[in-house]
Every structure is written in structure tokens, then in C-alpha cells.
Design a protein around this ligand. Structure first.
Ligand SMILES: [Zn+2]
Length: 277
């Protein structure tokens, strides 16, 4: 990934997605916004206890910086599940100005509608951005440990393939900043479920101790799902940046002990070359 300063914000971009001028995307950082501690400062979530007026100002600032209308931002009530929602133009702007209006109960969204910016919100979970540049279809997925075990990444590829006729060979993917295997220690109850669903002795579990604790490599687990779904490795860009290791750059639920904001990852189609190009 590369970081670019645009106006007052610092935005991260996937180099593989920047190759497509008519596809815009972003991963926001926590800096340059209006929220006060512990949400300082570019918190984009209406659902973490922050002042909604500040969140709205932050979202306006981000949308303005990206050169898109605020009402194109389309968000979901994320529930750590494996369901994928196809977003039609009728759902454009859902949740853009409040939490209540967000699309119900989904952790992944896909669309081919032109004026929709699909955005997921994060603080340690894995953001995954998808696009098929030839078919101009885009998608996002939010994968924590539960979503990973419910195959949200794999399911997103399945919907792109079955609903939009995308070929996995054409799908380009970015896997963004999230809690790394360096910091994501999980207990026995989580690890046993990981092993049950994904198998034992895999490289997504590290340093398993005698008491059953270990470190879960969420990004690698999702990378493997995408490869199994048929996406070529050369089409996938995965950052190693750990949110918990960089609490000054990104919100981290684990590092901030649960009381923190959310950064965003989004993707959209655009008639002009998008910001960052
Ligand atoms: Zn770390």
C-alpha cells in the first residue's frame, strides 16, 4: 500500500487497485478529523458512542477529500457474519448520515451501480476490497475471526461469480490494515473453533501454547480463502501493517481496550480518474 496526503487527510491506497483509473478506493487513517478522545480524530462510526455531529463532519471531510458526494457513501450494520448483500441503486447512501439507516446485518456488499461507494468500518478486523475492472463490479468485506470462520471473503467471490458473472481470474483484491499475528492472541475457545473450521497445523495459527492460547493470523486465513476461491495470487495485494502496532495511525479495538473509533475502507466506480491517481 502507499500513503498519500490529500488536503488535510492521509489516505492509504492499494497499488494494484490504483492501476484502474475509473475505480476509486481508500483506506482512511484515524488522523485529521474532528472527534475527541477516545475517538480522535477521524472516527467514521455512528455506533461507538462518539458525538454524531462530529462523525458527520468527519464523513463529509472524507467524502469531500475523495471527491464524492457524502450521500454516495453506503454502509452496513456489521454483525461478524458471512452474508453478502447485493447493493442496488435503491440502497445508495444507506447509513451515510446515521447508523439507523445503514443496510441491515451484513459484513460484505457488492454492486455494479455507478454512484455507490461501499464502505466498511474497522478497528482490527480485516478490510477486503474487490473489483472486477472489466465488468466494473466492486465489493467490500469485513472479516474478524467470526466472519473469517463464516467464509465472508469466499462468499463475496461466490456472489461476484454467480450474480455478476465475474471470472475469479479477473478479480483484483486488496487486504488492508488489521490486527496482525504479532498482536492477535486468542484464547482456547476461539482457537478450537478456528481449528475446527480451518484445520489444525496451518500457518494461520502461530505460537500455540500448552494452555491452548495462540496467535491467529486473520489476514493469511482470508488470503487462503481467496486463493481457494480461484483468485490468482498476483491479483491480491496484502499489507502487513498491524493496527494494534500502529495505534497512532489506525483505530485498534484490542490496543484501546474496546473504547475507540473506526476507520473506513471503501471502493467506488467513478466517471473521472479518482483521487489518488
Ligand atoms: Zn502487531
Amino acid at each position: 500500500m502507499i500513503e498519500k496526503k490529500i488536503n488535510s487527510l492521509s489516505i492509504w491506497f492499494f497499488e494494484n487497485l490504483l492501476r484502474y483509473e475509473r475505480i476509486g478506493h481508500f483506506v482512511s487513517t484515524r488522523n485529521g478529523g474532528h472527534s475527541k478522545a477516545p475517538y480522535d480524530s477521524l472516527n467514521l462510526s455512528f455506533n461507538v458512542g462518539d458525538d454524531p455531529k462530529k462523525v458527520l463532519k468527519n464523513r463529509k471531510l472524507l467524502a469531500g477529500t475523495l471527491g464524492i458526494p457524502l450521500t454516495n457513501l453506503t454502509t452496513a450494520k456489521q454483525i461478524h457474519d458471512g452474508h453478502v448483500r447485493i447493493v442496488s441503486d435503491a440502497l445508495r447512501g444507506k447509513g451515510s448520515t446515521n447508523y439507523k439507516g445503514a443496510i441491515n446485518a451484513t459484513d460484505a456488499m457488492v454492486t455494479n451501480a455507478p454512484n455507490i461507494c461501499l464502505m466498511i468500518l474497522l478497528a482490527d478486523c480485516v478490510p477486503i476490497l474487490f473489483c472486477d475492472p472489466s465488468k466494473r463490479v466492486i465489493g467490500v468485506a469485513h472479516a474478524g475471526w467470526k466472519g473469517t470462520l463464516r467464509f465472508v471473503a469466499h462468499n463475496t467471490v461466490k456472489v461476484l461469480r454467480e450474480h455478476f458473472g465475474c471470472s475469479p481470474q479477473d478479480i483484483v483484491v486488496g487486504i488492508g490494515p488489521s490486527i496482525g499475528p504479532c498482536c492477535y492472541q486468542v484464547g482456547q475457545e476461539v482457537l478450537s473453533q478456528v481449528e475446527h473450521v480451518l484445520g489444525t497445523g496451518q500457518d494461520h495459527i502461530r505460537h500455540k501454547s500448552a494452555n491452548g492460547k495462540g496467535y491467529f493470523d486473520l489476514r493469511t486465513a482470508n488470503l487462503k480463502q481467496l486463493l481457494r476461491a480461484g483468485i490468482p495470487e498476483k491479483n491480491i495485494e496484502m499489507t502487513e501493517t498491524c493496527t494494534s502496532h500502529h495505534p497512532n495511525l489506525f483505530f485498534s479495538h484490542r490496543h484501546e481496550k474496546g473504547k475507540t473509533g473506526r476507520f473506513g475502507a471503501g471502493i467506488f466506480r467513478t466517471p473521472q480518474p479518482a483521487q489518488g491517481h
